[in-house]
Design a protein around this ligand. Structure first.
Ligand code: SAH
Length: 260
């Protein structure tokens, strides 16, 4: 398949991207098992816990969290279409009394200083950058509160030019795991745990459902060149993962705020 390697996701209209991803349960790599594994590192949660899921999308991971933690969860996302689906999902699972989605940007969160017990964010923090997000969100956490975020990372010091160039185009903020752990510590948290998301978080839980969404999307937008280019971009992304998965992936970081 021919591909313009210089295509970047940022070139596509935001509503267009969201229309596509509305048909998928997840909008980024991850799985219920990975969410629960990360949750297992977190103590002190209780019925009164206040939790934020930043960049929640349609809420796949939020509902998993909500079934295992009895606190109040606010999901925040920039895209209203995702938040509508999020709230519909919460209602379907009868979680609407303590799980609410709101439209909000992650650089302007609506919380008080020291209000939150836990900030969750899967596959989203890259939108403002890993280091910036960790630094800016810290103030909203209570002493003893946790942040749990997943972020793309390089696994090796050296990497082939094709995948390096691709990431520099998509997200030059990607870094190695030791550098990201150092950023966690520098931002004022104790790094409690980190783990690489298993391959099935990409293949079974992300690319698999995307392939189905791509076919539906092409049917809906038959003959539309932008839609074709978008799907081609997605397929190229999946192809690169298959080719270079030894060199990069997603890593979950769990960290604790121990000082006020
Ligand atoms: N957490 C979900 C979604 C990840 S995709 C999952 O793992 O499936 C990234 C999400 O970040 C998208 O839903 C996108 O709409 C959202 N997003 C992008 N920029 C944002 C911003 N500035 N503030 C809040 N959400 C944002």
């Amino acid at each position: 398949m021919s591909n313009d390697n210089n295509t970047s996701i940022g070139e596509f209209d935001y509503n267009f991207i969201c229309d596509f991803f509305s048909n998928t349960q997840r909008q980024g790599p991850g799985s219920p098992e990975a969410t629960l594994k990360a949750l297992n590192f977190i103590d002190n949660l209780h019925d009164g816990s206040i939790i934020a899921d930043v960049g929640c999308g349609t809420g796949g991971q939020t509902m998993v969290l909500a079934r295992h933690v009895n606190g109040k969860i606010t999901g925040l996302d920039l895209f209203p279409g995702f938040i509508d689906l999020f709230n519909a999902n919460a209602r379907k699972m009868n979680l609407q009394d303590r799980v609410k989605g709101i439209v909000r940007s992650m650089d302007d969160l609506p919380f008080q200083n020291g209000e939150l017990d836990l900030i969750w964010s899967e596959g989203s923090i890259y939108n403002i950058g890993f280091e910036r997000g960790l630094n800016e969100w810290r103030k909203y956490l209570k002493k003893g509160g946790y942040v749990a975020v997943s972020e793309s990372a390089w696994f090796t010091e050296e990497r082939p030019a094709e995948i390096y160039d691709y990431w520099m185009e998509q997200y030059p903020g990607i870094d190695t795991i030791p550098n990201q752990v150092a950023m966690v510590q520098k931002a004022g948290y104790v790094p409690v745990a980190s783990f690489i998301l298993p391959e099935n978080c990409w293949t079974k839980h992300y690319f698999g459902p995307l392939a189905k969404a791509e076919r539906m999307f092409l049917d809906k937008h038959a003959g539309d060149k932008t839609a074709e280019k978008f799907v081609e971009f997605q397929r190229h992304d999946a192809e690169l993962y298959r080719k270079y998965k030894e060199f990069y992936g997603y890593v979950f970081y769990i960290a604790k705020k121990v000082k006020p």
